[in-house]
Design a binder for this molecule. Sequence first.
Ligand code: NAG
Ligand code: NAG
Ligand code: NAG
Ligand code: NAG
Ligand code: NAG
Length: 400
Amino acid sequence: MIKAFAQTCGLLLILTSANCQIPDAHVTCQFSRDCVLPCTFKPNGNVNVMWYRQDVLIFSQNQDGLQSNLTPQNQSPRMHVLQDQLARGSASLHLNMCDIKDRGRYRCLVNNTLSQQESFVIVKVEAAIKMVTLETGSNREVLCLCKDIYPAPRVQWSTVPIENSLMPSTQIFPNAQGLYSVQSKLRMSENILTYICTVNSMYGTQSWRSTLQQKELIGKVGRELSIPCIAPQNLQNFTLTWTFTRTNKSSNILSYDSRTRHTSNNWLGQAGLEQHRVLLGNGSLLLKHPETQENTGTYTCTFSGLQNRHVVQTQVHIRSKIEGTPSSGNQSGRSGQSTSKLWPIAVVVAVAMVATVAALLLYKKRKANQRRSNEIAMETTETKPMKTLQSAEELPVDNC
Ligand SMILES: *[C@@H]1O[C@H](CO)[C@@H](O)[C@H](O)[C@H]1NC(C)=O
Ligand SMILES: *[C@@H]1O[C@H](CO)[C@@H](O)[C@H](O)[C@H]1NC(C)=O
Ligand SMILES: *[C@@H]1O[C@H](CO)[C@@H](O)[C@H](O)[C@H]1NC(C)=O
Ligand SMILES: *[C@@H]1O[C@H](CO)[C@@H](O)[C@H](O)[C@H]1NC(C)=O
Ligand SMILES: *[C@@H]1O[C@H](CO)[C@@H](O)[C@H](O)[C@H]1NC(C)=O
């Protein structure tokens, strides 16, 4: 396309000497890598190549490989044009070790006695995102971090469950080379289970996603425990690592590479993965015989793949025999178990005793009451009949 234009324009220039516009070429160079700025022309005898950046001559060379117009010290050793390509109509500029300062509008000018051909290249430089991490900071904050990026990327947060009023604070710092570091902070919240930080490159070439999940898990001494960790959907070519942290000290448990399917395990015999499950994205860690002291701490699972990082931090607490509650801890001590079994009996006995005593008291009270009422009744019957008798005895007398 460019070549066709160059040829047409070259032809036009020869015929009319008019200024001809070739559309600007756009090139995005990767920071610290090599880059090629295209320039094609219609081969036409001995040519002189000149490259300008923002109208300043930066490179010059003739067909014989001789430099003109520029003193050697002015010409960067990072730039060259392939001599053998000149005869074939290419004066593309090869740039080694691209730098932020290499950005700009370049002009390629190819001269010979008959004609002059020019074309432009717009050069962008990009330092790609290599990693985006999520960490928990002090003061209950989540930090989304990435560094050495150019131009400054865009950071977005989301959560599960969705929270609408997230208020992250993002800071961007340039380093001496002009590359940016980004630190974005978000306050942690009780109801949020998963934090997601997405970092998009300015030119839309990359979109990195980093997630952090926090969990808690209670295990029992000596009982095999599976600490769950599931890969993000469709994650391919990943590495999985498990680390253990207790009282500020971190150690690697194991790491797995999906491409080699190789696991290197520092906790052999103590912990492991299930090979057939890992391949399908289930990276759950199996603790074989957890111990109270040794295995209580934070287990961190990290799935790392292409532009994707997923971290699950699980706070594991291994309950000892004494700590176990009678209902859940089957392994809880005999004494605990016997007392726990005795308790209901004691309660039953106590209740029975109280009931008996109460019944006895009630019986006695009733009996007493009965006796008293009997006495009263007797009293009344003793007195009344006497009276009635008396009166009855008297009546006939009276009536007679
Ligand atoms: C390129 O050619 C033009 C005319 O052909 C001439 O005026 C100009 O000086 C040349 N430039 C260089 C740098 O040789
Ligand atoms: C994974 O790696 C293999 C070889 O290492 C490669 O052929 C494949 O394209 C990669 N897949 C993805 C999704 O990157
Ligand atoms: C862990 O580190 C923090 C600071 O990073 C310190 O304040 C704390 O005392 C340390 N704890 C232990 C148990 O070393
Ligand atoms: C993952 O594997 C563990 C065993 O290591 C199993 O208990 C768990 O159910 C699996 N989870 C899923 C979602 O398959
Ligand atoms: C509970 O403990 C008893 C022995 O004390 C044992 O026979 C039983 O299998 C245990 N149950 C479970 C679920 O571990």
